[in-house]
Design a protein around this ligand. Sequence first.
Ligand code: ATP
Ligand code: MG
Length: 579
Amino acid sequence: MAAADDASPSPKKPSPKKNPADKAAEPAGSRTPSRNFIQQIIDADRAAGKNDGRVHTRFPPEPNGYLHIGHAKSICLNFGLANEYGGKFNLRFDDTNPVKEEQEYVDAIIDDVHWLGGEWEDRLFHASDYFEQLYEWAVQLIKAGKAYVCDLNAEQMREYRGTLKEPGKNSPHRDRTVDENLKLLEEMRAGKYPDGSRTLRAKIDMASPNLNMRDPVMYRIKHAHHQRTGDAWCIYPSYDYTHGQSDSIEGITHSICTLEFENHRPLYDWFCRELGIHHPQQIEFARLNLTYTVMSKRKLLELVRDRHVAGWDDPRMPTIRGLRRRGFTAEAIRAFCERIGVAKFNSTIDMGWLEDAVREDLNERAPRAMAVLRPLKVVLTNVPADKTIMVEAPNHPQKPELGTRQIPLTREVYIEQDDFMEDAPKKFFRLKPGGEVRLRAAGIISCDEVIKDAAGNVTELRGTFDDDHSRKVKGTIHWVSAKHALTTDVRLYDRLFNVPDPDDVPEGGTFLDHLNPDSIAVIQDAKLEPSLANAAPGDQFQFERVGYFYADPVDSQPGQPVFNRTVTLRDSWAKAAGK
Ligand code: ATP
Ligand code: MG
């Protein structure tokens, strides 16, 4: 229940917060947004006539997990740029590791990118589409003396690689002849050797200060079934050997990725240069980190696998699946991504920003309804038991075009337990003994009598109803007719972790230590206004004074929707943190 005593029926517009990460992060509309550094690079490239002025971006997920809000940032950025410059956007699966990749992830990613608004037209690609081409290029590099087959195992390779302080050592197989290398690679492909026994490596520089340039692996032997190419291959190209050339094949102009790939760039450049192929410009930006959640795929998988959450689409997960099931809208996520901007330095964005974006969007679009989560019965003694009074309520206080609805009022109504206080302080403007409060859209009720059980708990109130709309009383509360109420499950979701940085754990601890035990509360006897029985799966409402809710698409039944709380009306966490 919202704690505010003013009992105001509609949420305050969230106040813009300062994002410490980036000046470009001020809320849209507060000023003309300046060009971010990526736009500046693209502007300059276009002015210089590079790529004939074309802009072609892509989103390149590896199908080894579900997408999360960080990926959403990348999708919005890449698709947004293509859109802005009248360019093109590709969706490409970097599916080079058959052991960790699954069709289930591929399907979910396609669906999520689409849902977010990403439009790739007929340009859905897979790095595995390029396996043959990549192989031919490997042969080309061998012939040019730029690649060799190496027999060192993984451990030996680590030893030979050296460290940041010490140069590496050349592999004893580095000087194999071209013919020998060609023969060995062919045999590797033909399945002659066991997993891990040989690799194909680029011949670059074992003394390079950049470890990625110390003869990186191009191919590994892996007798594994690939979800697309089946058993056609038993050698698989490394991500680093695949990614840049895939971009090149697709004619990508600006290959936007996160900062950790900055020191892979020289390698991608090296491959394109040695092969003499189209050279996309790689641009790195800071990945999105959010407070009160984790974003590493490994940790998300752990949460699912060990049943800390109900699945990838658990409404508490930062996955796009989870956010969707929570009731977050694509519009809100896009607005959030736009607002936080792009930065060159890693930082962490306050979860409140994402929630505010959702509130703002839902405030506009969600029709209002009344729902009592923790009911307290009030008997209106002057209303006859068989009488139903229909009252008219607006569906949206600021949008008359959304119309009105009729709500029944009867002798017995439910109000929130919190909206009654026996020993109320002076500023409590809701119901108290001898006091009056307005029932939203209906009229004024009094509290004349308080009924208690043997233990002294309040079980019922008695009072009278007055349909006078002109008289002034300070508080307005929501209510539901007991006779007509829809009783259903309402699930109150909250943040999954109870600290801003769940990864900050002392020795021996784990991020799981910070799981918020109150991240879900299921209320089974919530009393909802009867019109909500018609809510279709996926419908969204503002339950007045309570929050924004989403009719769960999985668990709702016809006539019996189940509601997920998307977000509260106010940021109670900011308040708790003293912000
Ligand atoms: P991993 O490579 O460890 O499996 P990943 O999160 O990088 O995990 P990818 O599928 O490779 O997953 O990511 C696809 C794209 O999304 C990449 O371009 C990556 O840079 C981008 N991306 C991933 N996480 C974030 C994030 N938190 N913020 C912004 N972009 C991200
Ligand atoms: Mg990655």
